[in-house]
Design a protein around this ligand. Sequence first.
Ligand SMILES: [Zn+2]
Length: 212
Amino acid sequence: MIKHSSLLPENAASRTTIGAGDYYIGIVKAGQTLRLLDLEGNQAADTLFFSAANPVERYSATDTIREQGNVYLTAGSVIRSNENNPMLEIVADTCGRHDTLGGACASESNTVRYDLEKRCMHSCRDSWMLAVAENPQYGIGKRDITHNINFFMNVPVTAEGGLTFEDGISGAGKYVELTALMDVVILISNCPQLNNPCNGYNPTPVELLVWN
Ligand SMILES: [Zn+2]
């Protein structure tokens, strides 16, 4: 569902550009609103959310999908935790829908899907591992890295229930905005994938804006 925001970038408390293939980790407080902005278009932002107070409570795709009765995330979606608590709500979305079924790229999946020689290519899982290793203060470890949201990624479900990775429906300047309902740690891998169309075969930066 397309829903525009009335928040102005010049009023944001912080603006951070996340380079192609880079990670971001930080805390968003309850009541703050964050916007992920697809600067150049067709850029998947593989994102995990954790309770800042207790990181073993984390984003749950299954709880989120069941409670909203829909596999796509868009304006109105409530992002739920593995304890079925509301973590964030999507309050604006100019892309239309976001994936939470396709998972993240990893060395192993790149090898299985594409070629043995892709094994050493940079992946989202590598970025997350680096993020949690370099930032132990959040209390998040390897075991906490599970299923995720792929903002701006297009993984349509066919009438037969099949999944495909398709060319993106996002574009330059499109954004998704979420209001935090608890203090959350946000962990983003700005996907470096070069083997499928999730990034248009050309990873690009995204911007993270936060309003108080
Ligand atoms: Zn990826």
